[in-house]
Design a binder for this molecule. Structure first.
Ligand SMILES: [Zn+2]
Ligand SMILES: [Zn+2]
Length: 168
């Protein structure tokens, strides 16, 4: 059976997974698989909704820190609103990748999983969706140092305020 690579998800799939059309007795297959086509259609539909429009994602992308932006310029890497929207809706399923809380337009932050300061890339593979709380605690830590930091932080709060909290 013939297979081909989807331009969108980069998976090698059977030709039957691609829509095709016949032009002058020749069969032409779409660049993206049926599954990706469906996803993209959903995203296109959603971009028409006021609260979920692309400009929101473009604004959020441009609010990524300035270091990220100047590096992106230097390396000619662009992250588009469409990519961020797909990330948010599909890959992350609208949840924070750290604490799994449900995300909305007020608390959504785009975070570099490997911080730019540690050599992480400014591309869609290294950008994740997280909530404001996680983002403000994580700062430019990577996940390996973020978890021990959290334990240490909670311990310090417990030592200082534990008694107070018990009294509440
Ligand atoms: Zn695909
Ligand atoms: Zn979170």
């Amino acid at each position: 059976m013939d297979k081909k690579e989807c331009k969108h998800c980069s998976q090698i799939k059977l030709l039957s997974e691609f829509r095709s059309s016949i032009i002058r007795n020749k069969q032409y297959f779409r660049l993206e698989c049926k599954e990706c086509e469906k996803k993209m259609k959903r995203i296109k539909r959603l971009t028409n909704r006021k609260e979920l429009n692309l400009s929101f994602f473009r604004d959020r992308a441009s609010s990524l820190n300035s270091g990220a932006k100047s590096r992106a310029k230097r390396e000619y890497i662009k992250v588009t609103g469409e990519q961020l929207m797909e990330l948010f809706l599909t890959k992350e399923n609208s949840r924070c990748y750290i604490c799994n809380t449900s995300l909305n337009y007020e608390n959504l932050i785009f975070d570099h999983e490997i911080p730019l300061s540690s050599g992480g890339a400014h591309n869609i593979k290294n950008i994740r969706c997280c909530c404001q709380e996680c983002s403000s605690l994580k700062l430019d830590r990577d996940l390996q140092s973020f978890i021990p930091f959290l334990f240490d932080y909670c311990q310090r709060v417990e030592e200082k305020l534990g008694g107070v909290i018990n009294d509440l």
